[in-house]
Design a protein around this ligand. Structure first.
Ligand SMILES: [Zn+2]
Length: 391
């Protein structure tokens, strides 16, 4: 049986969730959305004002009747730190409760990819972000990691795109270095969380989120709830095999999707074809966009293979929506259109009908923001937590 206290908690969290999705709202509208009477809403708003989570923003004229009092969420009530780890760079953000980025830090790795290079970069980013949050309430640190991390220990494994990090203990790095227990997830899951939590994507029906960069990941979500694998992992979509006799993959097998459509695979093929060993991904991108024939052939093949892989998943799950994110989007509309065209060719026509296909608008910060959302969510999902932290 629901206790009265629990009903109060539930109503307060429901009010917070509505406030989160609106810039401003009147008390009257809030009461209507909550399906509560005026007294209950007054009690909830008074409680949230006393905690500092709600601000009043004066009165708005209404057509006839009394002017309506306007309220809004105090998004600056607390900050969160989110760290997105990628085999090529680290992105760190501090954000407010609505996912607005307040400070953004990014460090790219050189060619060496040593363990020290990684931890030094992470330390620089952490120091800057912690300094920016000094004196403010902090919901915590969220980390989005690549590779597989094993269950409770949260130690990186199978880090094929950054071998020096094999057995790196992410949890320990933050716990012993900064006395904060981090919330850790996978980069693809974090990207999906960012879309669901801050961008209102994939909240209804079945959605598949694809993250394509140096690695390739996919996670499904049902009505905005991510379907996790064991150990809260996202699976290894990038290492599903598309040609058993294909090129050798960093994972040790042959012909994985990542040997066709990842940034590394594209780079490797362009370098081989042109004989230019020092080409980087931005060179490839600009040549592709300029219509260079050699590069276009290789990149379009990668897009076709990716489109086929996505089509296979759509035929498997029949989702309502798919969302593509990741560094690969630097290849622009031209690349995205080849993916869509390939999908049209291979997805069952009835599955293609009404399928919403989107690409992420802000993929660069997606995993860092998604990681931050891991700790921001507590404010909206755990009344005891807001009680405790507001004291
Ligand atoms: Zn592989």
């Amino acid at each position: 049986m629901l206790k009265l206290k629990n009903i109060k908690f539930r109503n307060t969290l429901a009010a917070l969730d509505i406030l989160r999705k609106h810039d401003f709202i009147s008390r009257v509208e809030l009461a209507a959305k909550l399906n509560c009477d005026g007294t209950t809403v007054t009690r909830i708003t008074r409680d949230l004002i006393s905690k500092g989570l709600l601000k009043t923003e004066g009165m708005a004229d209404s057509t006839g009747g009394r002017p309506r009092e306007i309220v809004k969420l105090n998004a600056e009530w607390a900050n969160a730190i989110g760290i997105g780890l990628d085999p090529d760079f680290i992105t760190g953000v501090s954000a407010n409760l609505k996912g607005k980025i307040l400070v953004r830090e990014q460090v790219f790795f050189g060619g060496k990819k040593s363990g020290k290079e990684f931890t030094d970069a992470l330390k620089i980013i952490m120091e800057r972000l912690l300094a920016s949050c000094r004196g403010k309430r902090l919901t915590g640190i969220g980390v989005a990691a690549f590779g597989t991390f094993s269950g409770k220990e949260q130690i990186l494994e199978n880090v094929v795109n950054y071998p020096a990090l094999e057995k790196f203990n992410i949890y320990d790095f933050f716990k012993s270095g900064y006395s904060i227990a981090p919330e850790i997830t996978d980069i693809t899951i974090a990207g999906a969380m960012n879309e669901i939590w801050f961008n209102d994507n994939g909240r209804k029906g079945n959605c598949l989120f694809f993250n394509v960069g140096s690695g390739i990941g996919c996670v499904p979500a049902i009505d905005g709830n991510i379907v996790f694998g064991r150990y809260s992992h996202a699976g290894e979509f990038g290492h599903t095999i598309y040609h058993p006799d294909g090129d050798k993959c960093a994972c040790g097998r042959k012909g994985c999707l990542e040997t066709f459509s990842s940034i590394n695979a594209i780079l490797k093929k362009v370098r081989k074809k042109t004989g230019e060993r020092s080409l980087d991904f931005s060179d490839v991108t600009s040549r592709y966009l300029d219509g260079n024939a050699e590069v276009t052939g290789i990149v379009n093949e990668a897009a076709k293979c990716l489109g086929t892989a996505i089509a296979n998943q759509v035929n498997f799950l029949m989702p309502d929506e798919i969302l593509i994110s990741g560094e690969i989007l630097k290849l622009g509309e031209k690349f995205y259109n080849v993916i869509k065209k390939t999908m049209e060719e291979y997805v069952f026509p009835v599955f293609m009908k009404n399928l919403v296909i989107k690409k992420s608008e802000a993929w660069e910060e997606a995993s860092a923001l998604g990681a931050a959302s891991l700790t921001i969510r507590k404010v909206f999902e755990d009344y005891e937590y807001i009680n405790e932290i507001s004291d």
